[in-house]
Ligand binder design. Structure first.
Ligand code: AGP
Length: 616
């Protein structure tokens, strides 16, 4: 997704903007640009296709662009191919308005036609140039200044946008505009910053403002004023960011992804610690911070989980655990599909939206659809103050800390832990599990960080396996029940960072067609942790071996017999079968990571992907 930064203060803006954009590189991009001005002088603009390093070279680290006010942008192409012309910032014909944008203006062609009829010309294929020139149009037509021009443009535009704007008539100001795409503002000691995400400004301030939907702000050095769609001034309280700037650094790891894989024990421990309380002689799960009451949980007739990607895999795992421990029917929906369905929801239902970023467009749309149907909603989110966190009726925060690598790891693990806690809580509240079982499950949950830590200790074996299979063209991940949901995540990790094609299959489904793809040497990775399904999955693996498959097993330490069948075994500590996805995912994360490294790829910023998909 695109990255936006802005600065108004006493220092040289260009260097600050370039550094801020470098903290947003993980969002994925294909071009970049800056617009900077010094006092009432003209706005100077510099853009480039490709990496930020080229913009750095073109501007000599910002030295060729003097000035204390500016906006910067990294573009993830939606409308128009990656090119210098399509890169942001975009500028109106006479330089009156300069702007950057993250999102999609869905009716940009209609607006472009209108502007062409009014005499406007266009040099790019982007929706952003149209948005900037719409602001220019209203600014000139009504002559009422930025507030009026911005508000009128917001009323006309459909879609999603976070924008940074500069007006040549207002040399000491930047304007920040938001609908659906994330945008935050930081203020400190005579300086003001805008950014798409916290890492870009965390070095300067931990006090940030989240612009609300259909709101905008005027930024001057050291101050910010917020407005609603009517142009009326509104008040927004600041949020204190709780994690440190270091947390958004690599701490000596080669990649953020490896750092975040290793942060999982701590992240899962912190998340569980935030949910499991203790009194005199017992532990219990305290969801009071979410606002989800025991009465609501007792009255539930059904749960729908909506998410995308890895978060959807978490939902798939949680379905088994919640249905088994709480006996509540659970449906798991891809948010991109759910949002266009006519779901049967309402009283007695709970919709849970799982999202690391809290900004995924499809997941946010699913949340809104659920709310429109009058259904209670719970967001399981990692980013404080994100759109889903703010719009859901209840919020359960995972405490993974900032996750920078595009491929999620610690957020996935903390989401699992959060949903496990919810399942155990619901089972106890609804009388499905006894007090003794409740304490047992709480003990088992609190063993997960150590189990994950142990699973991490086998990474050298995995690194060697990846190097030996670097040329593989296809990989199969198979399992049954919760193991199948873990296989889904393992397959996505392999695909998204090593670009090796893989399939995740319910082991019992293979013989219904896909086993035809298994050839001599095809790696088949079997996940086998469910006691009553172990033999069945093993049989499916043997069927693949009979067709030339190279068998890799991820199973618990007590299953030493598997060494007689599998070609490569990754043992993990035994945990309660409900919670094994938290541990089986670790060797699969490492496998994807090392396969990517063996292939010399950009692990943290895989091609075509973005950390948060804030557009449809
Ligand atoms: C996972 O490695 C991917 N980066 C992607 O599937 C991600 O899980 C998905 O886009 C959902 O993101 P969210 O959790 O921020 O909503």
């Amino acid at each position: 997704m695109c990255g936006i930064v802005g600065y108004a203060g006493g220092k040289d803006a260009a260097g600050i903007l370039l550094e801020g954009l470098s903290k947003l590189e993980y969002r994925g991009y294909d071009s970049a640009g800056l617009a900077v001005r010094d006092g009432s002088g003209p706005v100077s603009v510099c853009k480039t296709k490709g990496r930020l390093s080229r913009l750095y070279e073109k501007t000599e680290g910002g030295k060729t662009m003097p000035g204390h006010i500016g906006i910067g942008h990294t573009r993830w192409a939606t409308h128009g191919e990656p090119s210098e012309d399509n890169a942001h910032p975009h500028v109106s014909d006479d330089g009156l308005v300069t702007g950057v944008h993250n999102g999609i203006i869905e009716n940009y062609l209609e607006l472009k036609d209108k502007l062409i009829r009014k005499g406007y010309c266009f040099y790019s294929a982007t929706d952003t140039e149209v948005a900037v020139k719409m602001v220019d149009y209203y600014y000139k037509k009504y002559g009422l200044g930025p507030i009026d021009a911005i508000a009128k443009t917001m009323v006309r535009m459909r879609g999603s946008y976070a924008m940074g704007l500069m007006f040549s008539d207002y040399p000491d100001e930047i304007w920040a505009v938001r609908k659906d795409s994330p945008l935050i503002i930081g203020v400190k000691d005579g300086e003001t910053f805008i950014a798409s995400d916290v890492p870009a400004i965390l070095k300067y301030t931990k006090k940030v403002y989240y612009i609300g939907n259909l709101e905008f702000a005027r930024i001057r050095p050291g101050e910010v004023t917020f407005y609603d769609l009517n142009g009326e001034e509104i008040k927004i309280e600041p949020t204190e960011i709780t994690w440190s700037a270091d947390a958004a650094e690599k701490d000596g790891y080669e990649h953020f992804m490896m750092k975040e894989i290793h942060e999982q024990p701590r992240a899962v421990k912190d998340t569980l610690h935030s949910l499991i309380a203790k009194d005199s002689d017992r532990s219990f799960i305290d969801l009071s911070k979410t606002g989800l009451t025991d009465e609501t949980i007792r009255s539930l007739e059904g749960i729908t989980i909506c998410a995308c990607g890895s978060a959807w895999h978490v939902g798939m795992s949680a379905q088994y655990v919640i249905e088994d421990l709480a006996r509540i029917p659970v449906r798991v929906e891809l948010a991109s599909e759910f949002r266009y369905r006519k779901p049967i929801l309402g009283k007695g239902q709970l919709v849970i939206v799982i999202s690391q970023s809290g900004e995924t467009a499809d997941s946010l749309a699913a949340l809104r659809l659920a709310k429109e149907s009058g259904t209670e909603t719970l967001g399981v989110v990692n980013v404080v103050g994100s759109a889903i966190a703010r719009e859901a009726d209840h919020v359960l925060y995972t405490l993974a800390g900032p996750e920078i690598a595009v491929a999620t790891t610690k957020a996935y693990s903390t989401q699992l832990a959060a949903l496990y806690a919810l399942a155990v809580k619901a089972g106890h509240v609804r009388g499905v599990i006894s007090e003794e079982q409740y304490q047992y499950y709480l003990d088992e949950l609190q063993k997960l960080p150590d189990a994950i830590q142990t699973a991490l200790s086998r990474k050298e074996d995995i690194q060697r396996f990846a190097a030996e299979h670097v040329a593989t063209k296809d990989v199969f991940f198979i399992g049954r029940n919760i193991d199948y949901t873990s296989a889904l995540e393992g397959s996505l990790k392999m695909k998204e960072i090593s670009y090796v094609h893989s399939e995740a299959y319910a082991a019992g489904e293979l013989k219904h067609g896909t086993i035809s793809l298994v050839e001599d040497g095809t790696p088949v990775i079997g996940i086998l942790t469910q006691p009553d399904l172990y033999e069945k999955t093993l049989s499916n693996m043997v069927e693949c071996k009979a067709r030339g498959g190279y068998l890799v097993a991820v199973t618990t330490e007590d299953r030493q017999d598997i060494l007689n069948t599998a070609d490569f075994v990754l043992f993990i500590p035994k945990t309660d079968p409900h919670f094994t996805a938290s541990v089986t995912v670790v060797p699969q994360q490492l496998l994807g990571y090392y396969m990517s490294c063996s292939r010399g790829l950009d692990v943290d910023k895989p091609r075509n992907l973005a950390k948060s998909v804030t557009v449809e």
